[in-house]
Design a protein around this ligand. Structure first.
Ligand SMILES: [Zn+2]
Length: 275
């Protein structure tokens, strides 16, 4: 990782910033005691690999597991080996399932705007595909899923590739991936977390040309997002404003459903008690 949590403030800190603030690992032969930066997801202490050899190849790394310190689950460390999947929930309430889905469609503009804001330069085509995947995997059946949390499923089950745009500079040069902190390894875990623990981590990976996979070493930025805020219950003017082409694409994709959902008023989270 090119960035980690600051030992004290917990804010993102790069290796250069860390070394500027806490100094080099050694002074002559004497090892300096520096507070350790920590991992955004598992909060374990990290070492700086390559610090004594080549300055440009330094990375924050997890310590290898040892007999006295077994490895802690960390989604960033596991990278490609760990995926969040929607497991078809079994304790469905069919009425709630239907209401959640209809309410989501009634409020789709708010969901799209919030989703695009989190991802940064999202494509409406991706959003449409994700709703279709949500239908296929029956995500609406999760009893404890609140409407404003549906986009979390979209974000956590996808990787967002760089966006080139029409200019010379890309709109977003990095890959984006979202993770839960290590305390949640599945959606079930996350829905059951206390509100103050409902955070997700937005990470950006700068994958070198010719390389593949979102490896921890390519992680260049992270941001902690508080997902407990219910944007449906705290609407502001303009929250449901979307460009015409976005609306056209959605209507094309879900013509019948958007017709049905227009009779639903208000959001599910306001019309139904919290479960
Ligand atoms: Zn970690």
């Amino acid at each position: 990782m090119k960035v980690a949590r600051h030992p004290v403030t917990l804010k993102p800190i790069t290796i250069a910033q860390y070394r500027f603030e806490f100094g080099p690992p050694y002074q002559g032969q004497i090892k300096l005691l520096r507070p350790e930066a920590t991992c955004p997801a598992c909060h374990e202490a990290l070492l700086i690999r390559g610090e004594k050899v080549e300055a440009d190849r330094m990375t924050f790394s997890h310590y290898p597991a040892s007999a006295t310190k077994p490895s802690v689950f960390c989604p960033i460390k596991a990278a490609g080996k760990h995926k969040y999947e929607v497991l078809c929930p079994v304790d469905e309430d069919p009425l709630r399932t239907r209401q959640l889905r209809e309410s989501f469609f009634a409020n789709w503009k708010l969901h799209w705007r919030r989703f695009a804001q989190y991802v940064g330069y999202a494509d409406i085509g991706d959003f449409i595909s994700m709703i279709k995947v949500a239908d296929k995997s029956n995500v609406w059946r999760y009893r404890s899923l609140q409407e404003h949390e549906v986009i979390i499923v979209f974000m956590l089950t996808s990787d967002f590739k760089p966006v080139l745009g029409k200019g010379t500079e890309p709109l977003r040069k990095n890959w984006v991936r979202f993770w839960f902190e290590s305390r949640a390894t599945s959606f079930e875990d996350f829905w059951n977390l206390q509100t103050n623990h409902k955070v997700i981590i937005r990470t950006e990976y700068n994958v070198p040309v010719g390389k593949r996979g979102l490896k921890p070493d390519y992680l260049e930025q992270f941001k902690v997002l508080d997902m407990s805020h219910n944007y449906l219950a705290n609407r502001r003017e303009g929250d449901d404003h979307v460009p015409d082409y976005v609306e056209r694409r959605m209507i094309q994709a879900f013509r019948n459903l958007l017709g049905i959902s227009s009779v639903v008023t208000g959001s599910l989270s306001r019309s139904m008690p919290k479960l």
